[in-house]
Design a binder for this molecule. Structure first.
Ligand SMILES: [Zn+2]
Length: 128
């Protein structure tokens, strides 16, 4: 199975190794890799992974995904910093979905910070 994040890799060779890893054993090395793995978590309904990779300051107490919303394509539009040696980064993306037969997409410029080895999602920046 190909990874839902559209990297072209298999799920196991891409986001799957982060989503399926026991807690705190495998971390995406860059903000973009975390963004991709979180998109894959949305696409596969992995709310535990989404909460686990959310910064404690902005993380919701719980998360419910709309089962009628099917994510089918991710486009990474731009990245700012977010490399293995950066402490923060931004990723602009467009995530495409279908809901009740209609196609739509979400565009966001997300902010990430790195704490130790772990990149965390913080919040959306103002729409670019
Ligand atoms: Zn992936």
């Amino acid at each position: 199975m190909r990874c839902p994040c559209n990297s072209g890799d298999t799920l196991e060779g891409c986001c799957g190794r982060f989503l399926d890893a026991p807690a705190d054993t495998a971390f995406p090395p860059t903000a973009e890799a975390l963004m991709r793995s979180r998109y894959t978590a949305f696409a596969t309904g992995d709310t535990a992974y989404l909460l686990h990779t959310w910064h404690p300051d902005t993380r919701p107490a719980s998360l419910e995904l709309d089962p009628g919303q099917q994510w089918y394509r991710l486009d990474i539009l731009d990245t700012v910093r977010g490399g293995p040696w950066d402490n923060d980064g931004g990723v602009s993306f467009e995530a495409h979905f279908r809901r009740r037969g209609a196609r739509d997409s979400l565009r966001e410029n997300s902010r990430f910070v790195r704490i130790g080895r772990q990149w965390l999602y913080v919040e959306p920046l103002k729409n670019s």
